[in-house]
Ligand binder design. Structure first.
Ligand code: IMP
Length: 202
């Protein structure tokens, strides 16, 4: 790939929100985020049960790459693993965020937080990127706290109960998507990746 070309980054994710957030975040760089499905590869990824986001995402990328046709190995491939870490709950739900969200939802988290002495929490986003040559990893966090009750309609997952420290007191769900994207864990990880592997286009 030549630097002046737009890199296509094939993002392996079942979560459409993640794909649109990544597209928005990388808009200003020489990069176009495309769903991995466009490569039409039959890839089955088993999410490993591990405690570390970096290890999970590395395993997921290795699984994707090992099942991808070698002729396509010049393409960039990206995998992300993320989650919410709540101090009062000893880091729960952490790497189990998606399962916990599906089982008890944001209301369940609010119930678990009844009487909590601290509501501090952070989102973590860990990326593994194959740039046609080697694997690079980037992990970033977004500090914040758990709200007393859900608020807002935007975003996904735990966004109705997460108030970022660098925001204006609203939950991520109350913000517009570009406001979330300025400060989110996912954008920060994508910016780290872009600053290391891509040229800014402005
Ligand atoms: P996974 O990375 O696909 O394992 O899923 C991570 C889970 O963490 C998501 O399903 C959400 O429940 C939660 N999560 C991660 N990032 C965000 C975010 O930006 N907003 C809301 N929830 C998130």
């Amino acid at each position: 790939m030549h630097n002046e070309d737009h890199a296509s980054i094939f993002f392996h994710s079942g979560n459409k929100n993640k794909i649109s957030e990544a597209s928005q975040a990388l808009n200003r760089f020489h990069a176009k985020v495309r769903p991995f499905d466009e490569l039409q590869q039959d890839v089955v990824v088993i999410e490993p049960q591990m405690d570390e986001f970096e290890a999970i995402v590395k395993s997921k990328l290795n699984q994707v790459l090992s099942q991808t046709n070698p002729d396509l190995k010049d393409n960039w491939v990206m995998v992300e693993d993320s989650g919410l870490v709540i101090d009062e709950l000893g880091g729960f739900p952490g790497p189990y965020s998606s399962y916990v969200y599906a089982s008890i939802g944001v209301e369940g988290i609010i119930r678990l937080m009844t009487g909590a002495s601290t509501r501090s929490a952070r989102y973590i986003s860990s990326l593994a990127v194959w740039n046609g040559n080697e694997v690079h990893q980037f992990t970033e966090t977004c500090e914040g706290k758990i709200s007393l009750e859900p608020a807002g309609e935007n975003g996904f997952g735990y966004d109705p109960i997460f108030i970022p420290r660098d925001g204006d007191g609203q939950t991520f769900s109350q913000m517009k998507s570009n406001q979330k994207n300025e400060i989110s864990h996912r954008s920060k990880a994508l910016y780290s990746m872009a600053n290391t592997l891509l040229l800014p286009s402005i």
